[in-house]
Write a protein that binds this ligand. Structure first.
Ligand code: NAD
Ligand code: UDP
Length: 334
């Protein structure tokens, strides 16, 4: 059953990388109205370019740590709002803690008041530097509570806690998605995450900056796969946390090689110090998503990288006017 058609959805952080793709997908699925609330601290109005003419879309400039409310029904609240790259949250530690705590509760209040489904974007970071591999949802994690990543990790752990508390105390219908490294068009070229970092370096003819010895692992999920999983989760009745990510794990050195192959360049590796508490290995166990949502990623890294590189090329060539790059137009076939 398509439970999005005819429904009104609020997307917190709708001008960000993932949030803007989610807004588009909800509208494509027939939502009666999609309202984005964003303070643009790490998002960009240009991510919403493709939606500007859509009469069912509303973009509001609002910091969600301040209260908000709407007249009329709201059926879904998606909370995507938070700085998400290690560089962003290191520069915005207090803002990150506040949006993860106060902002999440404001979203939950709205969902409670309206009887809406509340979907929380959580993260693989709640597992910290994991002692269990691959990571299953039952694992409670290994997080340094006062380290440089703690403003994000603990905000997200608190976010899950308050979502669970609103479900238990007030019966709010909640969903928690633990997102693993996701990439694609509309990431910021300078957000410091490894995909834009390596692609940007190759575009400029610079060397790849590999932190540590490059033996740490990540598993990269293309954004259209993630959005499909998020929508499936929202439409389901699954209230326990669900990992969404691509289980294809690789070292950072292997990933640098994949970017070099995709771009046909000659970038070399320049090693730089490993940031403190950088997780050594990360791979989602997606058994729960497979079993309960019938979901698994379909886009191959080579195809996702091709789309992402094309996007970054056009951003680098036309810095003032971002291409809208809707996945429905140009994304790899799912
Ligand atoms: P992003 O920075 O592109 O998007 C976050 C959006 O939230 C931005 O538009 C930003 O302006 C907005 N925002 C931040 N604070 C706000 C506030 N106080 N009020 C209103 N808006 C605010 O990041 P993203 O990669 O799209 O991440 C989206 C969500 O997914 C985040 O919650 C992030 O923690 C989660 N996530 C992302 C990944 C990933 O690989 N991209 C992995 C795990 C979790
Ligand atoms: N990384 C790197 N070079 C860069 C940026 C990141 O080697 O220029 C590494 C980083 O140390 C981490 C991995 O790439 O091990 C993924 O980093 P990212 O910031 O994309 O996301 P994280 O998974 O750490 O949240």
């Amino acid at each position: 059953m398509n439970r999005i058609h005819g429904k009104r959805a609020v997307v917190l952080g709708g001008a960000g990388f993932i949030g803007s793709h989610l807004c588009e997908r909800l509208l494509a699925d027939g939502a009666s109205e999609v309202i984005s609330l964003d303070n643009f601290v790490t998002g960009d109005e240009r991510n919403l370019a493709a939606l500007r003419m859509n009469k069912r879309f509303v973009s509001l400039h609002h910091d969600i740590t301040e209260p908000f409310s709407f007249d009329g029904p709201v059926h879904y609240v998606f909370n995507m709002a938070s700085p998400a790259s290690p560089i962003d949250y290191a520069q915005l530690p207090i803002e990150t803690l506040r949006v993860g705590s106060l902002g999440t509760e404001n979203g939950l209040r709205l969902a409670h008041h309206k009887g809406a489904v509340f979907l929380q974007a959580s993260t693989s970071e709640i597992y910290g530097d994991p002692m269990v591999h691959p990571q299953r949802e039952e694992y409670w994690g290994n997080v340094n509570p006062i380290g440089p990543r703690s403003c994000y990790d603990e905000a997200k752990r608190y976010g899950e806690a308050i979502v669970a508390a609103y479900r238990r105390a007030y019966g709010v219908s909640t969903r928690i998605v633990r997102i693993f490294n996701t990439y694609g068009p509309r990431m910021r070229l300078n957000d410091g995450r490894v995909v834009p970092a390596f692609v940007g370096q190759a575009l400029r003819g610079e060397d790849f900056t590999v932190f540590g010895d490059g033996s740490q692992t990540r598993s990269f999920c293309y954004v259209s796969d993630l959005i499909d999983g998020i929508v499936r989760l929202a439409r389901s009745d699954v209230e326990e946390p669900v990992n969404l990510g691509n289980p294809r794990e690789q070292t950072l050195l292997q990933f640098a090689e994949a970017v070099r192959a995709a771009m046909g360049g000659s970038s070399h590796i320049r090693f730089k110090p490993l940031p403190q508490n950088d997780p050594q290995q990360r791979q989602p166990d997606i058994t729960r998503a497979r079993t309960l949502l019938g979901w698994e990623p379909r886009v191959r890294l080579e195809d996702g990288l091709r789309e992402t590189i094309a996007y970054f090329r056009s951003v680098a060539e036309h810095p003032g006017a971002y291409p809208s790059h809707s996945l429905s137009d140009t994304g790899p076939v799912m």
